[in-house]
Each structure stands twice: as structure tokens, then as C-alpha cells.
Design a protein around this ligand. Structure first.
Ligand SMILES: Nc1nc2c(c(=O)[nH]1)N(C=O)[C@@H](CNc1ccc(C(=O)N[C@@H](CCC(=O)O)C(=O)O)cc1)CN2
Ligand SMILES: Nc1nc2c(ncn2[C@@H]2O[C@H](COP(=O)(O)OP(=O)(O)OP(=O)(O)O)[C@@H](O)[C@H]2O)c(=O)[nH]1
Ligand SMILES: [Mg+2]
Length: 452
């Protein structure tokens, strides 16, 4: 959305599927009179031009007499479409030269290339969805776990919009009662009991929604978990066990892993970026030393550190040194690996596992989840917010409500205090997009995929 003297009546087109060879590709078009514009490059032209809304038409995309591809076209008549405008989707063969030819033809035939998120932007402009749903569209696409995708789908179905609307109507009621009191100050019977405390239940609802933010982020973006520890402790063996794949080289030679490895896995629905690192020891070899430097860097940036100790070795000086260095660090979990051959009993608080037999693995996964969600709300059926934008606006609304309460307590005149309620309503209205500025929209939609 670069141009904010925005013309919602341009005909736009974009490839909605990846630029890659594939079975099928989808080319999306929309705009007023989109169907007749698309029909001009379709044969038989009339068939598309006359097609009923929500129907599929078979034919060819033709550049004059030249057939470019055999396709099907889905026809949507306004307002029954994703964007609310006439739309045509071409399902074409997934050939790169074919796709290119068709797009070039569209761009010569009155369509311009859609910007990122422009279809969804039009859906928003035509009131097909509020901003929380529009944000959810991209969140669904970028979801990295089952859970993240489900939570985003709830948002697309309006879970956030509904919660915000509930909160908004409560603030509106409060404002209305304040206004009655301002209009009829002497009419005791009509006068509702407006007290500072009345914002409490509303603030409570906002707090509840805000408390889901970190959980939402965790599910959407995932967390970094690192396997760290002395050489030969079994980090790479555990890495492979998490991946269920023989990815990292395992051997009994100390210092086997030099370059770190990483992979996305899912632990209980949380997307986890798991790192296998070079074992920590005094290294003579400069390459191994560089590997260890990188291990430490990854440890610094991790959400969870799995320090793997070798149960066969028992408690070593390295382990004690690490534990004292990370004493205050709540990101650490201590893993007592090789319990199938354990010489010594596990120290208190260590998670006992065997990378060889997978014993204790479920407990290890549980422990990771506990660290990730420590002090944080774990989502049930409630809406979970995932957008920094929404979080900031909820905080603004909460601040305004708190200022209102404080103003009343301070004995400020009611009409002045009521301004705070209007501020709260504005912040809430910005969440759903009733009140918005062009640059907010631009920032939001520019993160979208082209064709979405
Ligand atoms: N072919 C195709 N598949 C798709 C999409 C699409 O745009 N095209 N979607 C894109 O994200 C998702 C589905 N979302 C959609 C949302 C609304 C409408 C739509 O036509 N809405 C009309 C009619 C509703 C009805 O018939 O009940 C409307 O809201 O008025 C279509 C798809 C995923 N699959
Ligand atoms: N018995 C037993 N052996 C294990 C277990 N886990 C790892 N091993 C063995 O321990 C040796 C070292 O395992 P790795 O996974 O390569 O250890 P690492 O921590 O990645 O070592 P570096 O890459 O050198 O830092 C290998 O011979 C593994 O087969 C276990 O749970 N039980
Ligand atoms: Mg290794």
C-alpha cells in the first residue's frame, strides 16, 4: 500500500501461489468490472462474462487468437467475494513461463500488479473484515505449528473482534451514563451511580486479553531451545531424537559437532527452533574454538537452555562451573543423559533421560513447556492476541480507563474525566480499524504476501 491517495477501483491481479513449478497455480484478480475485463482475455469470452456468481467456468486464456493456457476460472459477483468486489480467479497450469505470460497479458489488459496484502486491504475497505481479522489472515499463513494455525483461525473467525466489541460497548455504556449525569445533574432518580470503581471489570477484561499476548507470540513465532554441554554428553543424540531423524553426526569422539545445527520442531504445539551446538571444552584447535564461541552466542540468545550432562561421568567440574555461572538463570534445564548406563544417581532437579532408549523423553518435553510458559497464561478456548499493534492499543485503552478513575478520585469535574473514556474508545476502535491512520494500514499490509 504505498500510495495512500488509494484508488480502490483499480483492477488488480497477482499470483496467489508460489513462483515455482507446481500442479496448479492461482492467479487472483479483483476490482469493479473485473469479470468483463477478465472475459476479454478468455475464450469463450461470453461464457465468463455471463457466468453466475460463485461459479466455475472452463476455457482458455487467449491473447487475441493465441491460446496461452487451458484454465478454469472462479467467478465472484459483488458483493459476494473475498474483497467485496467482482473477482475472478484463474486456476492455471503451474508452469513458470505460462504464469509469466498470463500475468503479462493481464498487465497489458487493464490490470496492475497488486501490492502485498492488497486483496485483504480491499476486503477491509469494503467491510468484509475488521482489522483483527485482516491481521489473522497473514497470521494463518505464517503459523508454524498446528496450535498457532488454530489460534489464528479463531481470530479470523472474529474471536478478537468480538472481545473488543464487548469491551467497547461497556465503555460506551459508561460514557452514556456519565453524559446523562452531566445533562441532568439534579435528577437524582435518573442518575446512575458512576464511580471510579466501575472501570474495574472493564480493565479486568483488557488485562485478561493482554495476558494472552506472550502465549500468542510463543505459538506464532516459536522459541529458541539450545542443547548445550560438554563434549560427548549426547547433545547430538538428543537433537536427533527430537527430530526423529538421523541429522546430526554422533560419535564417541569428543568434539564431533563443530558447526551448530538447527531445525524447527514442534513440542506440544509450540514451534521450537532447536539448536545442536559444539560441546563446551577448552579447545586447542581454532575451528573448534570458533564453534564453541558460536555455541555460547546461541546459549545467550536462547529461551531455553538444555544443559546436557553425561550420567556416566557423574558430576564434573565443568557441570559445577556451568551451574554456578547460570545459577540465577531460569532458562536452564539440566538433563542427566545416558541413564541406561548411569554410574551415579541424578542430582536433584535433573531430568533423567536416555537418548539411546528415549526413556524420560516425554518428561523432558514437559519440562521445556513449563519453562516456556512459566508465569504465563496457557491458552484454553479464549482468544489469544498475537499482534504487537493490538497489544499496544489495549494498553492505551487501559491507561485511559485508569486515568478516568483517577480523575474521579481526584475530584475532577465529570466532563473532564469523560474525555479519558473517549480516548479509551478511540484506542479500542483502532484495534478493529474503525479509527485508523494510513501509515498504520501501510505498515500492517506491507508485511503480507503478494496475492493475499
Ligand atoms: N479459491 C480461493 N480459495 C480460498 C480463498 C480465496 O480467496 N479463493 N481464501 C482467501 O483467503 C480462503 C477462503 N476465504 C474466503 C473468504 C470469503 C470468500 C467469499 O467469497 N465470501 C463472500 C461469499 C460468502 C458466501 O458465499 O457465503 C462474501 O463474504 O460475501 C471466499 C473465500 C482460502 N481459500
Ligand atoms: N548409552 C548411551 N550412550 C549414549 C547416549 N546418548 C549418547 N550416547 C553416546 O555418547 C556418544 C556421544 O554422543 P553425541 O550425541 O555425539 O555427543 P555430543 O554431546 O553431541 O558430543 P560433541 O558433538 O562432541 O559435543 C556417542 O557414542 C553416543 O552414541 C545414551 O543415552 N546412552
Ligand atoms: Mg555433537
Amino acid at each position: 500500500m504505498k500510495d495512500f491517495k488509494y484508488d480502490p477501483d483499480d483492477l488488480i491481479a497477482a499470483l496467489a501461489t508460489p513462483w515455482a513449478e507446481s500442479a496448479l497455480a492461482v492467479i487472483r484478480t479483483t476490482g469493479p468490472d473485473c469479470i468483463s475485463a477478465a472475459a476479454r482475455i478468455f475464450s469463450p469470452s461470453d461464457k465468463l462474462d455471463q457466468a453466475a456468481g460463485n461459479s466455475i467456468v472452463y476455457g482458455y486464456i487467449s491473447d487475441g487468437e493465441v491460446k496461452l493456457d487451458e484454465v478454469t476460472a472462479a467467478v465472484y459477483r459483488a458483493p459476494r467475494s473475498y474483497t467485496g468486489q467482482e473477482s475472478v480467479e484463474f486456476f492455471v497450469h503451474g508452469s513458470l513461463p505460462g504464469i509469466r505470460k498470463i500475468l503479462e497479458l493481464l498487465f497489458r489488459s487493464g490490470f496492475r500488479e497488486a501490492s502485498p496484502g492488497e486483496f485483504t486491504f480491499r476486503a477491509f475497505l469494503n467491510q468484509k473484515m475488521d482489522l483483527t481479522r485482516a491481521e489473522a489472515v497473514q497470521e494463518i499463513i505464517s503459523a508454524k505449528s498446528n496450535q498457532a494455525q488454530s489460534l489464528a483461525l479463531n481470530r479470523l473467525s472474529g474471536s478478537i473482534e468480538n472481545s473488543i466489541n464487548t469491551i467497547k460497548s461497556e465503555v460506551t455504556d459508561l460514557l452514556a451514563s456519565v453524559e446523562i449525569q452531566l445533562d441532568y445533574p439534579e435528577d437524582e432518580a435518573e442518575m446512575p451511580d458512576v464511580e471510579a470503581g466501575e472501570t474495574k471489570p472493564i480493565v479486568g477484561k483488557i488485562d485478561r486479553l493482554l495476558s494472552t499476548y506472550r502465549a500468542g507470540k510463543i505459538y506464532q513465532e516459536g522459541v529458541r531451545v539450545v542443547l548445550a554441554g560438554k563434549t560427548n554428553a549426547g547433545k547430538s543424540s538428543l537433537f536427533n531424537l527430537f527430530l526423529k531423524e538421523d541429522r546430526s553426526i554422533v560419535s564417541d569422539i569428543h568434539g564431533t559437532t563443530r558447526d551448530y545445527l538447527e531445525s524447527w520442531i514442534s513440542i506440544g504445539g509450540i514451534p521450537v527452533r532447536l539448536f545442536d551446538t559444539a560441546g563446551l571444552r577448552e579447545a586447542d584447535h581454532p575451528i573448534e574454538a570458533e564453534g564453541i564461541r558460536r555455541s555460547n552466542e546461541i546459549i545467550d540468545n536462547a529461551h531455553v537452555i538444555l544443559y546436557v550432562a553425561d550420567a556416566q561421568e557423574g558430576i564434573t567440574a565443568d557441570l559445577e562451573a556451568f551451574m554456578s555461572a547460570y545459577k540465577e538463570d531460569s532458562r536452564c534445564l539440566y538433563v542427566w543423559n545416558k541413564i541406561d548406563k548411569a554410574a551415579t544417581a541424578a542430582p536433584d532437579g535433573f531430568i533423567k533421560v536416555s537418548a539411546l532408549t528415549a526413556e524420560g523423553f516425554a518428561e523432558l518435553e514437559e519440562a521445556i513447556k513449563t519453562v516456556v510458559f512459566r508465569d504465563h497464561y496457557v491458552p484454553g478456548n479464549e482468544p489469544v492476541i498475537d499482534s504487537m499493534r493490538q497489544k499496544k492499543l489495549l494498553e492505551e485503552a487501559r491507561e485511559a480507563l485508569n486515568r478516568y478513575s483517577q480523575a474521579l478520585l481526584d475530584g475532577m469535574p465529570m466532563d473532564m474525566a469523560a474525555v479519558e473514556l473517549t480516548d479509551a474508545l478511540n484506542a479500542l476502535g483502532e484495534i478493529t480499524g474503525e479509527v485508523t491512520s494510513a501509515d498504520v494500514l501501510e505498515r500492517m499490509f506491507s508485511n503480507f504476501c503478494v496475492g493475499k
